[in-house]
Design a protein around this ligand. Sequence first.
Ligand SMILES: Nc1ncnc2c1ncn2[C@@H]1O[C@H](COP(=O)(O)OP(=O)(O)OP(=O)(O)O)[C@@H](O)[C@H]1O
Ligand SMILES: [Mg+2]
Length: 236
Amino acid sequence: MLLEISNLGVVVDGLRVLEGISISFDEGRLIAVVGANGAGKSTLLRAISGLDKPHTGKIEFEGRDITGWPPKAVAELGVSMAPEGKKLFYEMTVVENLKIGAYRFRNDPARITKNIDRIVGLFPVLGKNRNRIAGTFSGGEQQMLTIARSLMSEPKLLMIDELSLGLAPIVVDTLMQTVKQLNREGTSILLVEQNINQVLKIADYGYVIENGELALEGTGEALRNNEHVKVAYLGL
Ligand SMILES: Nc1ncnc2c1ncn2[C@@H]1O[C@H](COP(=O)(O)OP(=O)(O)OP(=O)(O)O)[C@@H](O)[C@H]1O
Ligand SMILES: [Mg+2]
């Protein structure tokens, strides 16, 4: 298994935010975690990243117990997160933002340059505007830069928190296809989304979180055809 989470519980500020979460998947997969506002999706990614400490349970990455590890140590293993709400350095250029994502290779400038060239190739709008200030791009383009920055660490697992937040449907479509492409090229991806319909179209497998607990799991297609998912999330 690439990632194996068993019986994860997280308490934030005395509040039980996650309980009894078990999720596991192999390398090469594209996994979706979906749920409503406040269900606990971001907390799950924060726990994997080491930003929130688990209260119960275990998190294993490539067979290694990383429960309670500090964020830096988790990142060094090749786990990278594109956080919710982009969190770019808006006054800095594309290249400067990308270099920040390459912290892991700070002693290897040649590798950083090579990665910048490769990654902007995936996002032509960034490639053509390497020296433009991040804050001047559209919302969708900023989301691309957030993902591009996460890729600079050559992650084995890329976690994306709310790819579609605040973006027009056509932009979301393009980004979803880009994510699918990244996955086809070999990056394992854990994608958290409120926009359930679209993410389940590209995901191999998905989990539905409700009030901090796993409510359902299954293939993307099975979940899209599930009566509860249809009624509660797809408005059908
Ligand atoms: N630092 C915090 N202090 C208090 N409560 C928190 C904190 N962080 C999260 N919570 C609570 O934990 C619950 C889960 O939050 P989380 O951000 O993980 O949900 P989410 O599924 O990512 O929601 P959204 O779709 O809105 O991003 C919410 O009820 C939230 O209010
Ligand atoms: Mg969230």
